[in-house]
Design a protein around this ligand. Structure first.
Ligand SMILES: [Zn+2]
Length: 273
């Protein structure tokens, strides 16, 4: 990551066909392409392999549209040898584990008890072929579920659902358990907003409050007070009904929320300051 113009220049000059990046950096690069002044036909990109942070369907479609490529969601972690633990196929029906190298299990993260197919819990991985530093029942802290059903693509390897959060990034706001991915999932289904947001948590008089800053897709909406206010109320109502939590939504102009070149940092928790 880093040095966007140089990255774009190398993508063009070397005729790169595959891009491996975090979704937020791929999105950032794909937006930069539009402004860089070279037509898309100058690039030979065909495939994006995205990983290391959650990618929403909206981000994925935007990257695909901007670059005119197909992107695949991938899961991995440094402790397990990097990317390649699982990845999605053309059916986009969960990420297939490389089961010849990894043995996945799901456990209850409080009791350590092993859970069954389809049950949501912490992903635990044992490496089967790794030498030097094999890991046995490594607790990933990622929350997901596993399916062993055959996939329409014909592959028989087990599939994991998109991770629903991490056991350690669960936020507790006013006593309610909230995963940032829940908020993301609500936002991506709402029209007129872009897939860029920040969560700001503050505490005043011992009361927590959550502010959700979201970028508008179109700057003109900022001048239409009625529509702006309706949209804000609509998002707040959705949050209240799904999270069970009152939130404050702030709609901001396009491209005003920071873009990240590595993993996105979307949570600002000011409660202990
Ligand atoms: Zn498949």
């Amino acid at each position: 990551s880093g040095n966007t113009e140089k990255q774009l220049m190398m993508l063009r000059d070397y005729g790169v066909t595959g891009l491996v990046a975090t979704p937020s950096y791929a999105l950032y690069l794909s937006e930069a392409v539009k402004e860089a002044g070279y037509p898309l036909s100058d690039y030979k990109l065909r495939l994006g392999i995205l990983g290391s942070e959650p990618c929403t369907p909206a981000m994925r479609s935007q990257i695909e549209a901007n670059f005119n490529i197909r992107v695949s969601d991938n899961y991995g972690m440094t402790e397990l040898g990097g990317p390649g633990v699982s990845g999605d196929c053309e059916a986009r029906n969960g990420m297939h584990f490389a089961e010849d190298h990894f043995l996945p299990e799901i456990i209850n993260h409080d009791t350590g008890e092993r859970l069954g197919e389809g049950e949501v819990g912490e992903l635990v991985i044992t490496t089967l072929t790794r030498r030097g530093m094999p890991v046995l029942r490594y607790r990933t802290k990622d929350i997901t579920r596993i399916s062993y059903e055959p996939c329409p693509c014909g592959r028989t390897h087990a599939r994991m659902a998109k991770t629903m959060g991490r056991t350690d990034d669960m936020l507790i706001i006013k006593g309610v358990n909230v995963f940032p991915t829940q908020i993301e999932n609500i936002l991506i289904n709402i029209k007129d907003i872009a897939p860029h947001y920040m969560l700001i948590i503050t505490r005043e008089n011992f009361r927590d409050s959550l502010e959700i800053k979201v970028e508008l897709e179109n700057v003109e909406l900022l001048e239409n007070y009625q529509r702006l206010s309706d949209l804000k109320k609509h998002i707040e109502a959705k949050m209240q009904s799904i999270l069970g939590l009152r939130t404050k939504v702030t709609l901001v102009a396009p491209k005003t929320i920071e873009r990240f070149q590595g993993k996105a940092k979307r949570i600002v928790d000011l409660r202990n300051q």
